[in-house]
Structures are given as C-alpha cells and as structure tokens.
Design a protein around this ligand. Structure first.
Ligand SMILES: NC(=O)c1ccc[n+]([C@@H]2O[C@H](COP(=O)([O-])OP(=O)(O)OC[C@H]3O[C@@H](n4cnc5c(N)ncnc54)[C@H](O)[C@@H]3O)[C@@H](O)[C@H]2O)c1
Length: 364
C-alpha cells in the first residue's frame, strides 16, 4: 500500500494521508479504529455502487468492529443537488447522527462532492473520509477538499473547501467500472503527465494498451503518480487562488464542448478534445515544439480518447460558452498553455481569432 501525506496550512486545515492499494478496505477498518475520528460512521453512496460493493464494504468494516450505517441516492450528476443534500440530512437526523459521527463518501465524484458538502454543513461540520470508486475520483475529485452541488443555473455553484480526514483509494473498485468511466479518469491522468510529469507521460505512451486492459499494478502506479501531482498542487494552492489553475489544462475548451453538446459528450472525451486544442494553440503561438504537440495527440488516440471535435457541434456555440463562463467568473479568457510537456503556464493573451481557427480546424 502506498501512503502519501498531504500537508496543509496548519492555520486553516489539518494534513491528512492518502492510502493507495489493492483490496485495502480491511486495512482502512484498522486505521479508522486506531484514529478514532468518530464513534460511528455513515456511509453515503449511490444505488449503483451500493448494489456492486455496498454489502462487502459494510461487512469488512463491521468485522473490524466499526458501527456502520448506509444512505444511498440515485446515481448520476442529476442527483448532485440540494434535494439530495436535504434527503441525506433528513436521514442523518432520523438515524440520530451527531457530532460524534463521521461520513464515508463511497463512490465517484458525485458522491464525494455531495458527501463532503453535507459533512461541511451538518451540525456546523462533522468529519468525513473519501473512498473513491471511479478512476476520476481516485486521481482527482477525492483529493483537495473541494465539495459542492449544482444549481439549475450551473454546475458546482454551491460548495465549500472542506478537507477529509483521509482518502482510501482501493484499486479493486475499478474492476467493475464501465470502459467510458475508466476513460474519463484516464483523460485526467494524461493531463497530469502533460502538465507535470514527463515520466508519467512516457509510461502512458509506451504502455497504453496495458492501461486500457486494466493492468492493476500499472494502474496503481499511475494512480499514485497522479495523486502525488494533485496533492503537490493542492499543498501550494489549497483554495485555488493561482497555481491550482494549471489543473484546468484542456478544461477551458473541454467544458465549453461539454456544454455545447448538452452534456451528451462524456467529460473525459471533452477534456481530451480540449487538451488537443490547447496543445495546438501552444504550438501555433510558438511555445510548444510541433513534435511534442504531435506526441500529445498520438497519446490521446492511443488511449482511445477522441482528438477531434464532432462536426455536429457549432464552433461559435463552443466559443460563446467559453466567453460566457469567464464573464460569469469576472475573469478574462485565461488559458493554460504549454512550453514543453511538463511545463505549463497561464496566459490571457491568446487571440480570439486563433481560438476560433483552432476549434474549427479540429472539426474537419
Ligand atoms: N471536487 C473536485 O475537486 C472535483 C474534481 C473533478 C470532478 N468533480 C466532480 O466529479 C463528478 C464526476 O465524477 P465521476 O466521473 O466519478 O462520476 P460519478 O460519480 O457520477 O460516477 C460515474 C458512474 O460510475 C458509477 N460507479 C462509481 N463507481 C463505480 C464502480 N467502482 N464500478 C462501477 N460503477 C461505478 C456511478 O454509479 C455512476 O453511475 C462531477 O460532478 C464533477 O463535478 C469534482
């Protein structure tokens, strides 16, 4: 089992450990027993994960002497709203959960974001731990303490920064994951390679086939490397005031594509298209060498992620979404570009014409 310590500013949050391994639920039980973060645990999950893994997780933790209850809700982004939060809070009240209770987020990013949010406000804040079960949640959303829910007007508009007591990443969960969900996480892993770790990028290039075939040892290595990168960025910029923005590589255009498709294009696919576009922009602005740009596109193809934008989408619509997003944030159009694989930077100096041309060029 790998252990990675995330060090935070002692004035605002306490540091915590990320544990990574295969079939580690029993060891998690031992650690919860030793740490005594709470007298009882309420596991929040979605009904899909509950059916696949709920029984086994509950049983393993109960065997270690922990008091465990379960609350579930329907899977998917549509559940990430205030109604689900209230449903969870009502159930917590009915169970008699108090400040001696802690939550366990067992699931993907939706479960993690809602559980963290509820933990941060229930009785003015109770402890929680993350047990991410999708690759995206393992390498990204479970680390860093960003919690949130959606409003009808947009995603993640209500939320808090609230750090978990620990993150337990069990690779065994990935065995039941649908291929598209694995690809959603792989897109983020490719991003980490591009922005921070040429070594990881090289592993992905040479072993793409083994990764898509879910070689568990290899997955453990790439998950651990990804977590190290995310934790390093969070340590420097816990509340996303500056450096954490480099994690948005590929996401500016990616989000705009996702929105333009009415969320029919999966997140990982949209981010991949966005990463290809950001690499081409970097090349056209003479920051990135043509061969590095080609390596990025080739890797995305090798992982079976898309490197073109569907012609059915409107390029003007994509561009409009990007500008609309930034206006809402009171921001200029910031892009994360590359000087080299492993060397990103943020700039607001990308000409609009070039962005339009690049998006249009990827649709041919
Ligand atoms: N807080 C953050 O920093 C952060 C970062 C990135 C994304 N997010 C959020 O994460 C969410 C997306 O997360 P996601 O991609 O994990 O989606 P998700 O939580 O909706 O999970 C995707 C699907 O996979 C299923 N699933 C989960 N684990 C499984 C398993 N082991 N086997 C089989 N099926 C399983 C779920 O039931 C669901 O149907 C979005 O809401 C996004 O906003 C948050």
């Amino acid at each position: 089992m790998n252990r990675i310590k995330l060090h935070l500013d002692k004035k605002t949050s306490s540091s915590y450990e990320i544990y990574i391994g295969k079939a580690i639920m029993d060891r998690m039980g031992l650690i919860l027993n030793k740490q005594k973060w709470a007298g009882r645990y309420i596991c929040i999950t979605d009904s899909h994960v509950l059916a696949l893994h709920g029984e086994r997780v509950q049983q393993t933790l109960r065997e270690k002497g922990l008091k465990i209850d379960m609350i579930d809700f329907p899977p998917g982004e549509a559940s990430k709203d205030i109604k689900t939060c209230l449903h969870i809070c009502d159930q917590l009240m009915a169970m008699g959960a108090d400040r001696q209770s802690a939550l366990i987020a067992l699931g993907g990013g939706v479960v993690g974001d809602i559980t963290g949010f509820v933990a941060s406000i229930y009785m003015r804040g109770i402890p929680y731990i993350q047990v991410p079960t999708t690759l995206l949640a393992q390498v990204d959303s479970s680390i860093g303490g960003k919690t949130g829910i959606d409003l009808p007007t947009g995603k993640n508009l209500l939320g808090t920064f609230y750090q978990p007591k620990g993150v337990f990443i069990d690779l065994a969960f990935l065995q039941t994951l649908e291929p598209q969900e694995l690809k959603n996480g792989l897109a983020e892993v490719v991003k980490y390679g591009i922005i921070d770790d040429p070594g990881l990028f090289g592993i992905l290039e040479t072993r793409a086939q083994e990764i898509t075939n879910q070689d568990m040892d290899l997955l453990q290595e790439i998950v651990a490397r990804s977590c190290r990168i995310k934790k390093g960025v969070v340590e420097i910029d816990e509340q996303e005031k500056g450096m954490r923005r480099i994690l948005n590589f590929g996401h500016t255009i990616g989000h705009a594509i996702e929105t333009e498709s009415g969320y029919t294009i999966p997140h990982g696919d949209a981010v991949s298209m966005g990463m290809v576009a950001a690499s081409i922009l970097s090349e056209r602005m003479h920051y990135l060498a043509a061969e590095e740009c080609e390596r990025i596109t080739a890797l995305i193809r090798a992982i079976k992620l898309p490197d073109r934008i569907p012609q059915s989408l409107s390029p003007e619509g994509i561009f409009g979404n990007m500008k609309g997003d930034k206006k809402k944030a009171g921001d200029t159009l910031n892009f994360v570009l590359l000087k080299k694989i492993g060397i990103p930077f943020v700039t607001d100096g990308v000409p609009e014409q070039l962005i339009r041309k690049t998006i249009g060029g990827l649709m041919t």
